[in-house]
Design a protein around this ligand. Structure first.
Ligand SMILES: [Mg+2]
Length: 344
């Protein structure tokens, strides 16, 4: 009975910008979730300044949060000068954190990717949106006897498993088909208390219907999105439909807004700040995307640095249509080193 009322009480949180209250036994203080719709309400800032004195920025913060794709690597290639830059920042005692909206891998799997690229990064320094989904459920003390239905890939399942949650769906439902024979009725598990939706290359109608039934028919069932990214870079030949397309399908059928745990929602920022005990004003967010990375930093009250080594170019930054201005911009993270050398 307690469990039912807890989940039911959470049903209102699908509204954006509402403060969520964690239970007394939860690990984290209340967090505030904002979703990517905040982009349209972002105040217009003064134009970004070209980074010229990296030392001033480095000295003004204690933590750097890096987005990964387009900042640290591009596909499977490391971006020039990254290892030396990270080493320099560590030698100055800076805390480094790596955050990605890509939910297809778990923290452990990302750790392997860093290792393969020759980067010395601890698993504890990596925060993927797959981890954020599990951390969010933990933060609200999601009942362990409830289940999570997953529309997404292996990374989400691995993180849910590590956090001790029961789940179903994911890749196992990738081949399932629906035969619309007369009178066909699809059963669903009434014990599902949350549907987590992330990027899923095996997305299909079975998953849409299953997730929809859980959200519409199970009282208080949560709708959680790892991210709402419009596009992603599955190959370097073109942009591909991102996690936002899967989330959009479920939003369309349920008419509900998801709780977003990835960027630009502030959940991960709040989590990091609580976990490491750092002030947000002491963080610099470094990313290649305006509507996720830079907005994430700004929503969290951090300093922001845009690098032009990924999806955003100078023209896009300076376009009159863009109202998201970072504090600084530069070509790539290794400019921290080259600009320092030039300044000597
Ligand atoms: Mg990126």
């Amino acid at each position: 009975m307690m469990l039912v009322s807890r989940v039911a009480a959470l049903s209102f949180v699908s509204l954006p910008n509402r403060t969520l209250f964690s239970s007394p036994s939860s690990l984290f203080p209340p967090v505030r979730l904002r979703n990517s719709r905040m982009a349209s309400f972002s105040p217009v800032r003064a134009s970004a300044q070209k980074l010229q004195k990296p030392d001033e920025l480095i000295d003004s913060v204690e933590t750097f949060i890096f987005d990964c794709d387009g900042v640290i690597w591009k596909g499977d290639s490391l971006i020039d000068g990254v290892p030396q830059t990270l080493d320099m920042l560590r030698s100055k005692g800076k805390r480094l954190v790596f955050v990605t909206n890509n939910s297809t891998k778990s923290r452990k799997q990302y750790g392997k990717k860093f290792e393969t690229l020759g980067l010395n990064v601890n698993e504890e320094e990596i925060f993927a949106s797959s981890f954020a989904a599990a951390a969010y459920l933990k933060s609200i003390d999601f009942p362990k006897d409830k289940k999570v239905y997953v529309i997404g890939e292996d990374g989400i399942l691995k993180e849910l498993e590590l956090a001790g949650f029961q789940y179903l769906g994911g890749p196992a439902d990738g081949d399932k088909k629906i035969e619309l024979k007369p009178g066909f009725y699809m059963e669903h598990d009434e014990n599902v208390g949350a549907v987590v939706v992330g990027f899923d290359r095996y997305f299909n109608y079975y998953k849409v219907q299953y997730g929809t039934l859980c959200i519409r028919e199970n009282p208080g069932c949560l709708f959680i999105a790892t991210n709402r990214d419009a596009v992603t870079h599955l190959t370097d030949a073109q942009e591909w439909a991102g996690g936002g397309s899967m989330v959009g399908a479920i939003r369309g059928s349920t008419q509900k807004e998801p709780l977003v745990v990835g960027k630009p929602s502030t959940f991960m920022m709040d989590y990091l700040s609580n976990k490491f005990g750092i002030l947000k004003s002491q963080i610099c967010m470094v990313g290649d995307r305006l509507d996720t990375d830079i907005l994430f930093g700004q929503n969290g009250g951090c300093k922001t640095l845009l690098v032009l080594s990924g999806v955003t170019n100078l023209q896009m930054l300076q376009s009159p249509d863009n109202n998201i201005q970072p504090d600084f911009y530069t070509n790539k993270v290794s400019d921290f080193l080259t600009l320092k050398a030039a300044a000597v």
